[in-house]
Ligand binder design. Sequence first.
Ligand SMILES: [Zn+2]
Length: 285
Amino acid sequence: MTENKIHIGGLTLKVLTDGILEFDPCVFFPSTNEDDWIPHKSHLNHNSNVVFELSCYLIESQSHTILIDTGMGPNPNVQDPNFPELSNAWGIFDKSLANNHIDPKDVDHVVFTHAHRDHIGWATIGSGDTISPMFPNATYWLNEKDWDATFDETISNRFPNASTKLWPLKDFDQLKFFDESTVIVPEITLIPSPGHSPGHYCILVQSEGNGVLIPGDLLHNIAQFEHFEWISRADIEPNDTIQSRKSVFELIVNKGLIVAGSHFASGFGTLDYIEHQYQWRSVEL
Ligand SMILES: [Zn+2]
């Protein structure tokens, strides 16, 4: 990321990283081949891989400190046999907090775009009997459909760390469910965008006429603005994902929103709709 802080009207939004993941694009986006990526080489790294930033967002107002998503979590530095391609360049969110002088005790809301492992990883710390919420004074928010999905035998394998990162929050009485009618704080609008997961939401942050959209995993790479039909292997319901992309992309253009892509490697940008195609435009802030 080139810039880690922007102002949205009376709010400040800081990007806090938990590191990066790196994937072969044709493996992560199974419907694509190497030729498809030739026009999008600028969105690949020197190994021709897609790089996923693990970005979390801290929104500070006069009266609230709100965190959107919590990264992969503490890194055990052990190769996960289920995810052999995972690099070890993640697990640094605690350092990001410290570097930005943020005390976890000061966070009063944690909002999850969805319950996949790379978004709930720092929700708790410790293991076994010592598990406790990372943010002791926060209310954690999730859509109930993703909560239910973690218990659904047909898809629960998509939520491999829910039992240690999500379920304990309920025992600590710190988890609440939101939907699009919920007002966590007036500056945050919750936008249903199912498909990647059943209860996936994008987060729109607005203040004084300015707006920033945090798309979560609505898409994973900037090339997907042009190719919203490119499905990732992590999208649970591909057709719903495509419909959600169409409606949220339209919203971004119509409202002139800045996009803070959770997994994008290139900071903030916005969308233009030119000749029936969405085009990403980086924005210097
Ligand atoms: Zn993700």
